[in-house]
Design a protein around this ligand. Structure first.
Ligand code: PEP
Ligand code: MN
Length: 363
């Protein structure tokens, strides 16, 4: 797939507006207050997908007229979330500038297909949020369905992934998934929805800076004139003034610098890093040799591959070492788990391979 740009070349792309359109006054007040903050696109949810019933589920179709007024009065293009063909029809009938597909909808291929079918032959940009589950293929699948319907102007919105239990984030960012999307489609514009990732105000700025540092094209931010009184997602919304202040203090960095000294020193550092990476691979290969040697003696004595006590002890020891060397607990855990899994595979192959090959052990 090759995408056509949704936005002008100006970076960062700022997309802001309330979680939900609540009243005409609230929508217009937000839009007018945002007009001078460099916002490229005004957002407001009209049909709200809520986790549990009995909460505010959006004002529905009448809200589309409020968005029309926003464009007339402020000149800002407007967008809202669509989850089915009827939403698409209503938006097209009201001249909404762009559509966005929400996280719950992206997760459902039936709904995405229905939206794609409704967009056949229609030239309107579509923003696709990541699915709630961390599945890059499903996210890409949504782009493919729309692409097959002829939609070319598409951009992605990374809003994090659902998780259960306590976390600093409302939706875990899992940055690597968005990075993988960017690597797969270098011409796809990607925005970061910091509001739904954070779920709270106090971490918005640092998360936005992280997104800038990862070369995101821009941000989606929920903005409300009186956030504490918002009918949905009150804890994560900020005022237009806070939005302006935050975006002004964020630092935008360029992908590279053409200064020769900079290029020469980065080249030197990279050479040193490449050497270390080579050493790491060589060390891992040696480690796996030892793992296979252990595998042989385990096989001889019929001892289990997985040794829980040993793994626990190894993990504890490495976490301590990691802490001493300023390596995060998450990183050490991931690294050790990856190494341990490979070790298990290697021993499994060694211990069971001949029997499997001889067809004696069903897999
Ligand atoms: C929203 O942007 O208001 C929204 C419902 O987001 P998501 O689909 O990411 O949950
Ligand atoms: Mn919201």
């Amino acid at each position: 797939m090759t995408f056509e740009p949704v936005f002008s070349a100006r970076r960062p792309i700022l997309m802001a507006g309330p979680c939900s359109a609540e009243t005409e006054e609230q929508v217009l007040a937000t839009a007018h207050a945002l007009r001078r903050s460099g916002v490229a696109l005004f957002r407001a949810g009209i049909w709200k997908p809520r986790t549990r019933p009995g909460t505010f589920e959006g004002v529905g179709t009448p809200g589309l007229k409020w968005l029309q007024r926003v464009r007339q009065e402020t000149g800002l293009p407007v967008t809202t979330e669509v989850a089915n063909a009827q939403h698409v029809e209503e938006c097209l009938a009201h001249g909404i500038d762009m559509l966005w597909i929400g996280a719950r909808t992206t997760a459902n291929p039936f709904s995405v297909q229905e939206i794609a079918d409704a967009l056949h032959g229609v030239d309107i940009p579509v923003l696709v949020k990541n699915p709630i589950n961390p599945d890059l293929k499903l996210w890409i699948g949504a782009f493919e369905r729309l692409y097959s319907a002829g939609v070319r102007r598409m951009a992605a919105i990374h809003r994090g992934f659902s998780s259960y239990g306590d976390s600093a984030y409302r939706n875990a960012p899992r940055w690597q998934i968005a990075i993988d999307l960017m690597q797969t489609f270098p011409d796809l514009e990607v925005l970061c929805d910091i509001s739904h990732i954070c779920g709270r105000r106090d971490t918005l700025a640092e998360t936005a800076q992280m997104a800038y540092d990862l070369n995101y094209d821009g941000l989606m931010v929920e903005v409300h004139p009186t956030p504490d009184e918002a009918w949905s997602d009150a804890a994560q919304q900020i005022t237009p003034a806070q939005f302006e202040q935050m975006t002004r203090t964020l630092v935008r960095r360029s992908l590279t610098a053409d200064d020769p000294d900079f290029l020469a020193s980065i080249e030197n550092y990279r050479r040193a890093i490449d050497e270390i990476d080579e050493e790491i691979i060589a060390l891992l290969a040696r480690r796996m040799e030892l793992v296979r040697d252990i595998g042989l003696i385990k096989k001889e004595k019929n001892v289990a591959v997985l040794q829980p006590e040993r793994f626990r002890a190894l993990r504890e020891a490495l976490l301590v070492r990691g802490r001493k060397n300023e390596l995060s607990q998450e990183f050490i855990t991931l690294l050790l788990e990856a190494i341990h899994q490979e070790s298990i595979h290697q021993q499994e192959r060694l211990i069971n391979a001949p029997a499997v090959a001889a067809g004696k052990t069903p897999l």
